[in-house]
Ligand binder design. Sequence first.
Ligand code: DOR
Ligand code: ZN
Length: 355
Amino acid sequence: MATSEIKQLVLRQPDDWHVHLRDGAMLGAVANHTARQFARAIVMPNLSPPVTSVAAAAAYRDRIIAAVDPAYNFTPLMTAYLTDSSDGAELARGHAEGVFTAAKLYPANATTNSSHGVTRIQALYPALEAMQKAGMPLLVHGEVTDRDIDIFDREAVFIDRVLAPLLKDFPGLKTVFEHITTAEAVAFVQTAGANIAATVTPHHLALNRNAMFDGGIRPHAYCLPVIKRERHRLALRGAAVSGSPKFFLGTDSAPHAAPTKEAACGCAGIYNAPYALESYAKTFAEEGALDKLEGFASEYGPRFYGLPLNAGTVTLDRIDTLVPADLPAAGTTIVPFHAGETLAWRFSRASGGQT
Ligand code: DOR
Ligand code: ZN
């Protein structure tokens, strides 16, 4: 069937393999946007202070569950924030107890709340050894932070300097290269072993770097890793719709109050949770690949993580949907991804059990 004739999509319910849910009032404002569309989500640990211990992750998980409407039947999957002093035994214990699904490597100062991140990858080796042994996935923010490296090159340089050597030293470590943004990352993941996969965001599929400077500076198109030039966007789209199980859905939805983005030094992050599936559907429809959306959104992620597929379904109808200019949140507003645009799809419902 021609893509334009498809009026409704019924998909196995997807999961979001990378999201920022924040804490406190902001958590209360954003959690249901993710829980409405996704059965499970890998929750990033970059709170302030970061989530480094099993106890902190368990307590954060309880706060998330309390913030979500129970009608959604949503399961947050927690992550540990790696630091130079991460303890392999604590990570393995958290994984064995079902608290930590994975652990996240932020190079120090790469992005929001990453000042406690890893300064020397060698300091992490005992922890990585323990993770490899436990079968606990490593999630990587793949950018070098060296200020001498052009910001548009930081992901490609990270592959050469950090990721490739690390994977040589830990050939059995399950690793997700998060929110990839470059053709180099696509090629690296494609040719790496089956233990290496990548998440791809809706915004890196939809935008190239011109979007940040379209008639003036556009803070709501600013995220990290920063959006790259068109050839990289095309490479990401090719990977996402290829049907390769190495590339799967991770929104990197990252809410910031509008005034903190519309500032002299604006925060990095794009809030795409409210219309995430509509945005992915737009990309897959444009590529004539709606038949590949379910694998990307609902199958390859759980298979990589070794988790059961969801049993329920979601429905997306081909109905024009106007994305609001802003959304109220925690006494302020957030400008969502696609603000003011009309998307051709509308998420209508999730039904059925989780697994
Ligand atoms: O744009 C981003 N925002 N990239 C990240 O890595 C972190 C995130 C955030 O927490 O705001
Ligand atoms: Zn993120």
